[in-house]
Design a protein around this ligand. Structure first.
Ligand SMILES: [Zn+2]
Length: 323
């Protein structure tokens, strides 16, 4: 997917540069038609640039007065443009990004992607991944003030303090994976406590770091698993198995189908653990509900804190609280 998007963007930037060229040529024609002297000045400027380049190559001509001459020409062009009702900078090269001039890359000799290119790239990655295209749901927009700062019942800390600790854990995971103490996370707690938000924030951060992440709903996983079982076509399932980090949102919301659901969940979790690949799962179910629904075999994989880190959310639904 990365390469496809890169190819698309390279083609789009190339097209944009061609459009810029056309626009530049058209503007020049308009300006010259309105004022032939501008055409002459532009030619003089071109010759000045060429002359200075040749001078440098030959090691001859003193290049000191070139900037001053250039300045005179530029000012004359600007004032003529203005006098003919054009904006002063009408003949400056057209481009959308002044930093890379729509090249998409900056830097010499080491070329790096321009910020405009990176943003376009990640926007597209997020979109293909089904993540929100907006910049919402990142660690930077995670708002702790949405959570109550009153002590949680029976606890020595507030929901806000808990969420602060949780978001730090999630951020550390996303910033350091695969260099993390435990590669599997289970985000547990009722809905409206910020689990999905933090999953999306983690996914985006991992993508930015070049990690191959997939984020799907448990419902979608069930669909894929069912299809693989019914038709024997396991391609999609293999894609899930192969992702560096697989995130499955809302385990427990998918239908439970005999012979399929439990077996496929177990295979998925087990194979990924054996392969040393990270799996992040969120669920609204509590521990005993997980055991009942998915059997001890699966629950024990998720509850074994050597293999899977349990992140327990608690408190009030933020949507209700801030409604
Ligand atoms: Zn740029």
């Amino acid at each position: 997917m990365r390469n496809t998007i890169l190819q698309e963007l390279h083609a789009e930037y190339e097209q944009r540069r061609a459009e810029n060229e056309r626009e530049n040529a058209q503007r020049r024609m308009q300006a010259e038609a309105a004022c032939p002297e501008i055409g002459q000045l532009l030619e003089d400027r071109q010759n000045l640039i060429l002359g200075s380049l040749l001078g440098i190559l030959n090691g001859s001509a003193a290049a000191e007065d070139i900037p001053a001459k250039m300045d005179v020409l530029n000012r004359r062009i600007s004032s003529l443009l203005k006098a003919r009702g054009f904006p002063e900078n009408y003949l400056d090269p057209v481009c959308r990004c002044p930093i890379c001039k729509d090249d998409g890359y900056v830097g010499e000799p080491i070329r790096e992607r321009c910020e405009c290119f990176n943003q376009a790239f990640y926007r597209r990655m997020y979109k293909r991944m089904g993540l929100s295209e907006s910049t919402e749901q990142t660690f930077d927009t995670f708002d702790l003030t949405l959570f109550s700062d009153e002590k949680l019942p029976g606890k020595g800390y507030s929901q806000r303090e808990l969420m602060n600790a949780i978001q730090k854990t999630c951020r550390q995971y996303a910033e350091n994976y695969p260099d993390v103490p435990v590669k599997n996370l289970l985000l547990m707690g009722q809905s409206g406590l910020g689990k999905t938000f933090l999953m999306h924030a983690m996914a985006k951060q991992l993508i930015r770091r070049g990690v191959n992440v997939l984020l799907i709903s448990a419902y979608k996983f069930h669909e894929i698993a069912r299809k693989a079982y019914m038709t024997g076509a396991g391609e999609e399932l293999e894609t899930l198995m192969a992702a560096d980090v697989l995130m499955i949102d809302d385990m427990g919301a998918e239908p439970l189908m005999e012979n399929i659901t439990i077996v496929q969940w177990f295979n998925l979790i087990n194979e990924r653990q054996l392969a040393g690949r990270g799996t992040v799962i969120s669920t609204n179910l509590m521990e005993d509900e997980l055991r009942r629904r998915y059997t001890e075999r699966i629950a024990s994989r998720l509850m074994n804190n050597m293999q899977c880190r349990l992140i327990q959310f608690a408190g009030e639904d933020v949507r209700r609280r801030n409604a």
